[in-house]
Design a protein around this ligand. Sequence first.
Ligand code: GDP
Ligand code: MG
Length: 206
Amino acid sequence: MTSQPKDSHNKGLTGVILAGGLGRRMGGQDKGLVTLRNRPMIDYVIAALRPQVDELLINANRNQDAYSTYGCPVIADQMPDYAGPLSGMATALEAMTGSLLLTAPCDCPFPPANLAQRLHAALVDHNAEIVAAHDGNRLQPVFALITPSLLPSLQSFLKQGGRRIDEWYAAHRFVTADFSDRPEAFLNLNRLEDKAALEATAGAVH
Ligand SMILES: Nc1nc2c(ncn2[C@@H]2O[C@H](COP(=O)(O)OP(=O)(O)O)[C@@H](O)[C@H]2O)c(=O)[nH]1
Ligand SMILES: [Mg+2]
């Protein structure tokens, strides 16, 4: 892989917001459209990611009309049956026009403003193919930067029934980027009871 200058993190970067889940732990709600202080979650994520990328895609399998009001292409998983985030990533790798794919979930309203920059620095420093954020306590695998040439590998992994992100990452040159100074930036909405903490953060930030 040819290395790129470190300041090229926002040149030719495609971002995808993964909003394709079933929201099982949220009673089936479409998490990107759940409101936080009267604004849908996806609003927050778009605001945080748009300045970091050149092209922004939304990956959603339901409520495409609502998502399409944001002016970003809305792409649905090509695999049926909600096969998980890797399926959304594969769909974005096919649709993207940029030279690297930044992924982030729809249920995390305050991702770091330097997410793309730090992921990219780690990718270049380690000559990696995939980099994902680590918050100091755990890997945050859906906050990632992925090299598009890995699409055939991901497609065959999925075709063979692979579903686990960490398993697919481990098959490639994979490194993590340290965000242990910002663990709160990865707070995300998985259960109804997570909403109070996010509402409080939204109140403090805005
Ligand atoms: N495209 C797509 N995205 C999914 C699917 N399942 C989950 N996701 C997305 O993956 C992200 C992480 O899912 P989540 O259940 O919140 O995982 P957790 O926070 O790590 O427990 C969310 O943005 C979901 O919308 C799926 O079947 N297809
Ligand atoms: Mg989540």
